[in-house]
Write a protein of this length. Structure first.
Ligand code: FES
Ligand code: CO
Length: 343
C-alpha cells in the first residue's frame, strides 16, 4: 500500500506544525501529496488552504500575514481565514472582489499548541489527551521534521516492541533482552491499544537523568494508543511514578515521506529534569529509528502472507488489519462514520 492510494486517509486530522511557529509567517506543508499553506488567523487560531494563489498561481507560503490574512507575494492579494479575498490592491475603487478570488480551503484547527489539518471533511475528532489539561503535567515540545520514510512504517515501528533490543542498543536496548512477553492488544473505536512491559537499560547518563533511575536497568510500563491511521499516544510509567507521555503525530507527506510532529507531557518539573534533556534523550532514540526506517520499502505490506510473523508481532499484525479495512472501506472504527462516507 502506498498512502496516496487510499483516498480515505484524507478524512483524518493530522498534526503538521507547532502553532507558535506561525508567529514568523505562513508555513508550507505537504499532506498526502497536496501542498498546503497554513497561517495564523490573528485570533489564536490557524487557517489552511491549498498553497496556490487563484490569480497567477504563486505559492502563498512565501508571502506574509497581515491582520490574519495571508498576503500573496506576487501582486499583494490578501485572503482571510475563510479563503475569500479581502483586498486586491490593483482593483478599481468601487468594484467588487470577484467571487472566484477564493482559496481552496482545507480543515484546520489548533489544539495542544499544535496545528491540525484534514484535507477532506474529517470523520474523527482531535484525540483526547487529558494529561495536557492536567496542571500536574508540563508540555515539552520535541520535533517537527520530515523523514524519507512512508508514514505506515513509523506507525509499524511504534507498535513493534521487539525492535528495541536491536535498534535501540545505543540508548536503552540490548540483544540480551530480545525475548519479551507478547504485547496485549485491544481494538478500540479510534484504532487500538497495545500494552507491554519494556526493560530499559540505562546505557547513557542522560537516560538515568531523564527517567530518574540510578540502576543500570529499569522497566517501562507502556500503553500505546493508535489513533488511526497514523497517530500514536504512548504513556510510559516508570517504577518511581514518573510518567512520560509522548504524542507522535505522523503526517504522510507523500508516498515516501512523513512529517513527524512530536510533543510530550510529563508529571515532573523543569527543576527535576530540564526539558532540553528530555528532548535530547528522545532525540537519540528517534534517530535510531529514523536511520533504519529511511531504508525501508515505502510500499507497506497489507496482506499477512507478504511477511513472516511470530507471536511478539501482534501489534504490527493489528495495525495491518486496520489499514486493510480502511483501504477496503470496511473499517468499523469511529462508530462506522468512515464507512458512511467511504469513497
Ligand atoms: Fe497571487 Fe497574483 S499570483 S496575487
Ligand atoms: Co524505536
Amino acid at each position: 500500500m502506498y498512502v496516496t492510494e487510499v483516498p480515505d486517509f484524507r478524512k483524518f486530522w493530522y498534526p503538521i506544525a507547532f502553532a507558535e511557529d506561525l508567529n514568523a509567517g505562513p508555513l508550507a506543508r505537504t499532506l498526502l501529496g497536496v501542498d498546503v499553506v497554513i497561517w495564523s488567523d490573528g485570533d489564536g487560531g490557524a487557517a489552511a488552504a491549498h498553497d496556490l494563489c487563484p490569480h497567477r498561481s504563486s505559492k502563498l507560503s512565501i508571502g506574509h500575514v497581515e491582520d490574519g490574512c495571508v498576503v500573496c507575494p506576487y501582486h499583494g492579494w490578501q485572503f482571510g481565514a475563510d479563503g475569500k479575498a479581502t483586498h486586491i490592491p490593483q482593483l478599481d475603487p468601487g468594484l467588487p472582489i470577484p467571487p472566484k478570488a477564493t482559496l481552496r480551503s482545507v480543515f484546520c484547527t489548533v489544539r495542544y499548541g499544535v496545528v491540525w489539518v484534514a484535507l477532506d471533511e474529517p470523520v474523527g475528532g482531535i484525540p483526547e489527551v487529558p494529561e495536557f489539561d492536567d496542571p500536574g503535567f508540563r508540555f515539552v515540545r520535541q520535533f517537527d521534521e520530515v523523514w524519507a520514510a512512508a508514514a505506515p512504517r513509523l506507525v509499524d515501528n511504534s507498535f513493534d516492541p521487539a525492535h528495541v533490543a536491536y535498534v535501540h542498543q545505543g540508548t536503552f536496548g540490548t540483544p540480551e533482552n530480545a525475548r519479551i512477553e507478547p504485547p496485549d492488544i485491544e481494538f478500540t473505536d479510534e484504532g487500538l491499544v497495545m500494552r507491554v512491559l519494556v526493560t530499559v537499560e540505562n546505557h547513557l547518563d542522560i537516560a538515568r537523568r531523564t527517567n530518574g533511575v540510578d540502576e543500570q536497568q529499569t522497566v517501562r510500563t507502556t500503553e500505546s494508543r493508535l489513533v488511526a491511521p497514523f497517530l500514536r499516544v504512548m504513556s510510559i510509567t516508570y517504577p518511581n511514578g514518573l510518567r512520560h507521555l509522548l504524542v507522535t503525530g505522523i503526517a504522510p507527506v507523500d508516498d515516501r515521506h512523513l512529517r513527524l510532529v512530536q510533543w510530550a507531557a510529563r508529571n515532573d518539573t523543569e527543576a527535576d529534569v530540564p526539558a532540553a534533556d528530555v528532548v535530547a534523550f528522545d532525540r537519540a532514540v528517534t534517530l535510531e529509528d529514523k536511520w533504519l526506517l529511511e531504508m525501508t520499502n515505502p510500499d507497506y505490506e497489507l496482506e499477512l502472507a507478504q511477511n513472516v510473523h511470530i507471536k511478539v508481532d501482534r501489534g504490527t499484525i493489528a495495525v495491518r488489519k486496520i489499514y486493510r479495512e480502511i483501504a477496503a472501506g470496511t473499517w468499523p472504527g469511529l462508530g462506522g462514520r468512515l464507512l458512511e462516507t467511504a469513497s
